[in-house]
Design a protein around this ligand. Structure first.
Ligand code: HEC
Length: 598
């Protein structure tokens, strides 16, 4: 009962948000508004009296008729689905394109996505609310953002442009633009038909293998690698309005039993393995400084200085909210002399990069074998990279950067290494090492070969892994993985470096880069690149030759959101489960057999 009241409250709130906007807003958004009220009013007590639970139960236990479901989906008089969703990969409407939604979600998640849209909001499709100085309020999906202003697409599919000078406040909402009760007015069987139809929206197998590096099948190895809990406890913060979680684990150099675990909200725990168990302590608490209100924001990663034993320096990458804008900063901090905590000295800010739409800040920073600090930065959104950030060499967005933190130069708190590719060009930022990335979340260097492996999170179609070299253009947003995406920012004569490996929705939705395994030299996994998928929770092993995929196998799965990998000095590999658990991978019972690709 309590649950019902709660649902009702949310529904009312949603109703208010969707239909009782100030009349000025409605007028501006276009009088068409949403069609739903005219045909099937989403009242708190839906017509037919079916509860969410009734629909859920029916759709999960009965079969539906695909053709009837398709007709319902397309019927704008009865349901508004097709007003907000395309199904042909064009994604120009307010909601995400659903062309591969049956690959993306299992039946249970599909049903939830329709019944309770706000429970999980598809990345990049959060609702933005903008208040203007004249008192009007707009809400919609952010489609464009520049210094001059932004464009929101409202629930009616109309674009509204708002000039920066007119904006009093903008904020994200935790409520989906997709209204609750879209199913109201449907019979139980009709809802099941609709679900059945959504489940059939998959990428045809024939289009899955459009390239050698993107195999249709990723066969599992015979005996999967086991993910064993490494700490006995979950690492969590009291829950906030938005779900947040762990982002990274690092062994403190020289201390084989001491690890730092990072939480998105700005917490760093020190975990020490002891003979009897483990000791947990707060290493640093930056929760007051780190911004992690919406999207994949917050404390993202850390790196130790190559001369850490002498200077105790380490570097953090996180988001802040300053002067009304979200920005990504890189700061230098120092361990205390006993190496047990932070020194408490004020940090030195090395770099600040302002976001455009707050999404896609990339994740990682690492020192290369050359002693320089490499940092990845995402295009910062919105979807499609409409302003071409990743191809624009005058911006640090959508780039892999390389800087020298041990020297300063030209008034910058860092120097530009002499062999950076764009150092002497006036039309490019000298920090850039490579470009054309969307949201590169994790990269790492192979300890033996020095290869830089980078995994870039895709938009609608492909997740990709690349080996990155100096000055290369990795394609976004001209390409997404192997597939042409847009010619808007394509330049004459430009060369693009293809990925080593990519996969489509059938295998996952958000790639997490890992490490080349360099633990046990006798292991068949020695030299295999490990990566995984945040949502499908699968771990892949990849081998290549001269940048061409040799073999890819699914080597295991993990129980939680696969947000990061970790590697200690001995070469052991850890998996960080977003919801709070750390695992160590046990390879001892498994074999990596290369399966030849066609
Ligand atoms: C007013 C616009 C609107 C209408 C009408 C609408 N949706 Fe949505 N839908 C969205 C938006 C925006 C999102 C992304 C935010 C979220 O995940 O809730 C979304 C998300 C989804 C998702 C999850 C997609 C993903 O990739 O995560 C599914 C499935 C979905 N809608 C199905 C439907 C169906 C079926 C209908 C009709 C019964 C419908 N929607 C009606 C706007 C709409």
């Amino acid at each position: 009962m309590l649950g019902k009241i709660f649902t009702l409250a949310i529904q009312l709130k949603t109703l208010i948000r969707h239909f009782l906007l100030p009349s000025l807003t409605l007028a501006f958004l276009g009088s068409a508004g949403l069609r739903i009220p005219a045909q099937a009013p989403p009242t708190a007590v839906p017509a037919g009296g079916f509860s969410q639970e009734d629909y859920r139960k029916h759709a999960l236990t009965r079969e539906g008729d695909v053709a009837r479901g398709a007709r319902l989906f397309a019927d704008e008089q009865k349901l508004a689905c097709s007003k907000c969703h395309s199904i042909d990969g064009r994604a120009s409407k307010a909601g995400p394109d659903l062309f591969a939604v049956g690959d993306k979600f299992g039946r249970r998640d599909l049903v939830e996505a329709v019944l309770v849209p706000s429970a999980t909001i598809s990345p990049g499709y959060g609702t933005f609310i903008v208040e203007t100085k004249s008192g009007a309020e707009y809400q919609g999906i952010l489609k464009q953002a520049t210094d001059a202003g932004l464009q929101l697409m409202g629930a009616d599919g109309k674009l509204v442009s708002i000039a920066t000078a007119d904006i009093r406040e903008k904020r994200g909402s935790t409520i989906s633009l997709m209204p609750e009760c879209v199913q109201a007015g449907l019979s139980l069987q009709e809802f099941t038909d609709l679900t059945e139809y959504l489940a059939t929206l998959r990428q045809p197998e024939s289009t899955l293998a459009s390239n050698h590096g993107m195999p249709v099948l990723i066969p599992s190895i015979a005996k999967p690698v086991t993910a064993r809990p490494f700490f006995s406890q979950e690492l969590k913060l009291p829950s906030s309005r938005v779900q947040t979680g762990l982002t990274a684990l690092h062994q403190v150099p020289g201390f084989s039993n001491v690890f730092l675990v990072l939480h998105q909200k700005g917490m760093i725990w020190r975990m020490e393995k002891t003979s009897t168990g483990e000791d947990k302590a707060t290493f640093a608490d930056l929760t007051g400084e780190v911004f992690s209100e919406r999207g994949p924001n917050g404390l993202l990663d850390m790196a130790f200085h190559p001369k850490f034993h002498e200077n105790r320096k380490y570097y953090l990458k996180y988001q802040v909210f300053e002067s009304g804008r979200v920005a990504t900063v890189i700061v230098e901090k120092q361990f205390a002399a006993d190496f047990k905590g932070d020194s408490g000295q004020p940090p030195r800010r090395v770099l600040k990069i302002e976001s455009v739409a707050e999404d896609h800040s990339g994740g990682c920073l690492q020192f290369g074998p050359d002693g320089f600090l490499y940092i990845v930065m995402g295009d910062t959104g919105p979807h499609n990279d409409p302003n071409g950030h990743a191809q624009n060499l005058q911006l640090l967005l959508g780039k892999l950067l390389r800087i020298d933190v041990d020297r300063t130069e030209d008034g910058r708190p860092y120097a530009i290494p002499a062999d950076n590719p764009f150092r002497s060009r006036v039309d490019a930022r000298p920090e850039i090492w490579a470009y054309g990335f969307r949201n590169p979340w994790r990269f790492s260097f192979d300890r033996v070969t020095g290869d830089l492996w980078l995994a870039d999170v895709g938009q609608d179609r492909e997740e990709e892994v690349a080996i990155v070299h100096r000055g290369e253009n990795h394609g976004w947003n001209v390409y997404e993985g192997y597939e042409p995406f847009s010619n808007q920012y394509r330049k004459e004569g430009q060369k693009f470096t293809p990925p080593v490996f990519a996969y489509k929705r059938k295998h996952g939705n958000s790639i997490t880069g890992g490490f080349v395994y360099r633990g046990d030299k006798q292991s068949t996994f020695y030299g295999v690149y490990l990566c995984g998928d945040y949502t499908s929770k699968r771990i892949f092993g990849v081998t290549q030759e001269n940048g061409t995929l040799k073999s890819v196998r699914q080597i295991g799965t993990v129980p939680l959101g696969l947000v990061s990998f970790g590697a200690d000095e001995a070469g052991n590999i850890y998996v960080i489960g977003y919801e709070g658990m750390i695992y160590r991978l046990d390879f001892s019972e498994s074999r990596f057999d290369e399966v030849k690709l066609d």
